[in-house]
Design a protein around this ligand. Structure first.
Ligand code: ARG
Length: 586
């Protein structure tokens, strides 16, 4: 998709430069428009061209060049549709563009829907985005939601940008933590399993197992450890009795996860399981060892990545048991061979950075060309106001608790006033949407690499940079349309939308597709979140200054109605890309 305003500015610049100095002009880059920026303040204009790059070839100070060029440019504007004014400001040339042209190129296309399909016309890739990857037999807590929010939003953004996305999950259903949980479940548990959220309950048993081990005497601990080792061994050997228990309890966790994803509006196209790549991982490592890609060290198998400063990467234990790394190789192979993906994104916490660098380097040495298209999207921790989240110390908010607390806050503060007027279903569904908006927005409005502090009430207030604020902006615009007796039309006089706040809104709408493109290219939904927040704030300002209800004329009312409707449409599309479905009223 092309920004015709930048394109035009590029052309104007080229011809002005030609007049200043025909020889130098030919040595300049073709696409001067790539250098165009947004001025820091809207009063300065719509686009700014920095003259620093020209200083060298023109042997003049940037300020001087800006001055000279802007005079030539200003003189050449007669008859131009796109650009209406040019002005030098220090080393920058600032351009003001025709708002009515911009509006006429955007608003009707938003109404017929074609605008929101434009990003699909670019290059398309087959991408797998792996995210969430919870471990069974452990509780799902608010910290896990960051990964889900990020991964799901990226899937939506990539799809909007025209890629073919396979959303995948990779369930941790094997390993020592399961042996500990099952050890407690079989030997020490007195309770019977609850009817609902049995996975969360298993997580509690796992915690109790850890506590029991930590508080036991040395003799007891030795006994317990040997019991747990035996369970682990039986699990690995798929001993039938134990396998049954493992399968049953694993199912409990899976049911929890599915309930949570459903509540969060998150869908996966494919589920991988660690248990499914355990055997194939071992086989793969042994094969590569035969081929000479891997070496043996103290009985174990691994690969020496010392030359690229990634150390020795252990791939199979000396007792032939698999590791986390073993399975990741088989998983990657499966993704490449069975799904024919061109790009592979792993959404995983920053603490696994070294692991993924080692995995990708190993895949490369195994001969996988796709290894260069593997990307670890790492993200920072979620803490609580009381400090680091830790299941061990009990400083966590489990899903059930989160859902309960959010529901009661939302109903008490926002929705109880509608009881009697709305159906019970609408109250329930709106509660869910507000809760999901608050969580996802709070997880996405920060850059992935920043740590986040989850403070439920701060995320649920209706003012400030919150999901709730954006939802309120959206429903408010929807209600404006209901207040006037005018039907929506695209046959309006765009020239009437000349208030600075209207201009700002038009510009934000025009830029929406570029913002979504950038959010995908940089794997940062936060870029989109920021833009939506700006849009909602600008709308709130316009709401004060540019009333639809009290517009001075019928023509102006029509034009504003169209503009505000498009703001609502854009907010909705943008929120959906963050995984948020706003309610229609509140
Ligand atoms: N389940 C793992 C954990 O909790 C994360 C899996 C990440 N994905 C991968 N392909 N290794 O640490």
């Amino acid at each position: 998709m092309m920004n015709i305003f930048k394109k035009k500015i590029g052309l104007l610049l080229h011809s002005a430069l030609q007049q200043v100095s025909p020889e130098q002009e030919t040595t300049l880059p073709e696409n001067l428009e790539k250098l165009i920026e947004n001025p820091p303040k809207p009063e300065m204009g719509d686009y700014a061209f920095p003259c620093f790059t020209l200083a060298k070839s023109f042997r003049k100070a940037p300020n001087k060049i800006a001055e000279e060029l802007s005079q030539i440019l200003a003189a050449s504007l007669t008859g131009e549709k796109e650009v209406i004014a040019v002005q030098a400001l220090g080393p920058y040339i600032n351009f003001s563009i025709s708002t009515s042209l911009m509006a006429s190129l955007t608003l009707p296309q938003m109404i017929n829907g074609s605008y929101f399909e434009e990003n699909k016309s670019g290059d398309s890739e087959r991408v797998m985005i792996e995210f969430s990857q919870p471990n069974t037999h452990k509780g799902f807590h608010v910290g896990h939601m960051r990964n889900v929010a990020l991964g799901d939003s990226l899937c939506r953004i990539f799809r909007y940008n025209g890629d073919e996305v396979i959303a995948s999950n990779y369930i941790g259903d094997v390993g020592a933590h399961i042996a500990k949980c099952l050890w407690f479940y079989m030997n020490h548990n007195q309770e019977s399993a609850p009817d609902h959220l049995r996975g969360e309950w298993l997580g509690e048993l796992y915690m109790k197992a850890i506590q029991k081990l930590e508080s036991s005497s040395p003799e007891e601990a030795a006994l317990f450890q040997s019991e747990i080792s035996r369970i682990l061994k039986h699990l690995e050997e798929k001993e039938p009795e134990l396998s049954k228990i493992w399968e049953k309890t694993r199912q409990w966790s899976m049911e929890d996860f599915k309930t949570i994803y459903h509540w969060l509006d998150v869908k996966f196209d494919h589920f991988f399981y660690e248990s499914q790549v355990d055997e194939s991982g071992k086989k793969l490592v042994l094969e590569e060892f035969e081929k000479g890609t891997f070496i043996r060290s103290e009985g174990a198998i691994g690969i020496d990545l010392g030359d690229v400063e990634l150390g020795f990467f252990l791939l199979l234990k000396s007792d032939n048991n698999t590791l986390y790394s073993t399975k990741d190789l088989a998983l990657a192979k499966k993704k490449f061979d069975e799904f024919q993906i061109e790009r592979s994104i792993y959404v995983v916490g920053a603490e696994q950075t070294l692991h993924f660098r080692q995995v990708f380097e190993t895949l490369k040495r195994m001969g996988y060309a796709q290894a260069n298209q593997c990307f670890h999207l790492s993200y920072g921790l979620v803490a609580l106001p009381s400090g680091k989240m830790s299941s061990r110390s009990g400083n966590v908010i489990l899903f059930s608790q989160l859902q309960e607390e959010m529901n009661s806050y939302i109903q008490n503060n926002y929705l109880n006033r509608f009881r009697g007027e709305w159906t019970e279903e609408e109250i329930e569904e709106t509660t869910r949407r507000v809760a999901v908006a608050a969580i996802k927005y709070g997880m996405l409005n920060q850059d992935p690499n920043k740590q986040i502090v989850f403070a439920m009430e701060d995320w649920l207030v209706s003012e400030g940079d919150t999901g709730t604020y954006l939802i309120y902006a959206y429903v408010r615009i929807r209600s404006i349309a209901r207040q006037v007796e005018r039907s929506l039309s695209v046959e309006v006089d765009f020239g009437l939308l000349c208030h600075p706040n209207e201009h700002a809104l038009i510009r934000l709408l025009y830029d929406f597709n570029d913002v979504v493109q950038a959010a995908g290219d940089q794997h940062r939904p936060s870029i989109l979140a920021r833009m939506l927040f700006d849009l909602a704030k600008t709308f709130s300002r316009a709401y004060q200054t540019c009333s639809v209800k009290h517009a001075e004329s019928a023509e102006l009312q029509s034009a504003r109605l169209l503009l505000f409707h498009c703001v609502a449409e854009t907010l909705k599309h943008g929120l959906i890309l963050l995984g948020i479905t706003p309610p229609e009223r509140m």
